[in-house]
Design a protein around this ligand. Sequence first.
Ligand code: N01
Length: 540
Amino acid sequence: MSDVPTYDAVVIGAGFAGLYAVHRLTGMGFRVLGLERGQDVGGVWYWNRYPGARCDCESYYYSYGFSEDLQQDWDWSLRYSEQPEILGYLGHVADRFDLRRHFRFGAAVEALTFDEPARAWTVRTGDGQTVTARFVVSAMGCLSAVNWPDIPGLRSFRGRLLHTADWPHEPVDFTGRRVGVIGTGASAVQAIPRIAREAAHLTVFQRTANWVLPARNHASDPGFDSWVKANYGEIRARCAASPGAVPFEAPTLSALEVSDAEREATYQSLWDLGGMRFFSAFTDLFSSLEANATAQAFVAEQIRKTVREPELARALTPTDHPIGVKRPPVDDDYYETFNRPNVTLADIRRAPLVEVTEGAVRTADAEYELDDLIVATGFDAITGALLALDVRGRGGVSLKRHWQNGPSSYLGLGMAGFPNLFTITGPLSPAVLANMPTAVEQHVDWIAGCLDHMHREGIDAIEPTEAAETDWVSHANEIVGHTLYPQAESWYFGTNIPGKPRRFGVYLGGFGAYSERCEAVAQAGYEGFRFTSGPNRAPR
Ligand code: N01
């Protein structure tokens, strides 16, 4: 008998998705091993510890809904929680449901190999250990594979070189230092105002200006919190049914069918309210360039009003993409920060970054001497975490080959040729364009239902049919074609990673409609999937 430990399921990752998957599957009586490369739970909130790191969704719905006691007991201190509090919340969840004992920490998965005769996966970790499991659930997150840019000389920098997505666990003090930040995505936009308050000087290297929305963060309001707790059932139901898994009313009017004054008033009230709700102004902001242009004009005017130096305001105003189709950062005081005397914008679109030297960043027209260089260049999104592993499905076919033309899956849940491998918030699921914890719970619940069905029916293996996967990819791509998203290069398309095929990685059909589709698939006997049972039986 082999001494390789055997489990019913291996769950990779201990963030929102992995914790809930382990809780749900162990609750069903499965023997589950969680593997996590970090030393503790938290996932993205374990690694992204840069100053200002915070959630751009409001805490009361960016949280688990699976436990009534949990949601009644937990109190958030801010409208948008900061990283330490979210990490504390996930630690609390791990303690409360006794989840850590199912995990091995510091265990980075390196390879997944499907053993066809055994209909099980062999899972190898970087510490040289191997386990087998009937099922593997990837809970590695959509934004977890760190993207270090290929900038000449970057590694020769002698000061502190930091990446927002792999931040030190000790506090980093910028007092009196000359700091550079490369990038102006959501991470940089959160970090820049905080660092500017501390540093002697901050230089922001901007390749593409971003449309930034104000968060209007504030301390929790006890009255609102009591209302939330009394109405959580309805709030979660609204999230479950909405396109973005958020509890807000969908817009009903086109930006082009209201008067100028009405449009302006709508934008102003949502701007004052803060956050992504700005996009709930009108129905056609993501489908009509003309409608989108009205929102761009409104935000451009806010930038002009905020940034005192007109040339700087112009440089900070995007001109190359509609608002919203590249993930808009959310922060307070981002534009205001550029009025500070200790902040410089280096427009590296106009004067490109040439190289990093031992003590400076050199652009086509200047040299910026720095003590610290922060790289805020994001992630190899959506597929990056799984592609970093050596994943071999049936016939030894690699996932790299399966995804050679871009992200592909059926419902974002699995891939043909990779039986019993489930992806939570996988490629071509609504994932990153939906409120994550709600999306995670829906996926985990669906997977749990599927495993329960297989267990009761004595089924060994499940995988999507090639036809179902091909149809899903076509359907997802077709929807993208009806939107403005193709008008921006972004990590949604994978174009932030050199050589990555350009294909949209997210399902844009809306979270509510998507969940209904998943449910209908299950009700129809897991339509589009095929099952394998018993040692000698053919797939049915
Ligand atoms: O990364 P990004 P991020 N030289 O890819 C620039 C989520 N998130 O970490 O636009 C110079 O968005 C790049 O420039 P360009 C959120 O979904 C969530 O900020 O490619 N510059 C861009 O400005 C977000 O969208 C929260 O021209 C280079 C920046 O680096 C996602 O994570 C908080 C470069 C990268 O921006 C990723 O955000 C934070 C190079 N070689 C983040 N390469 C929450 O609220 C890249 N850039 C939960």
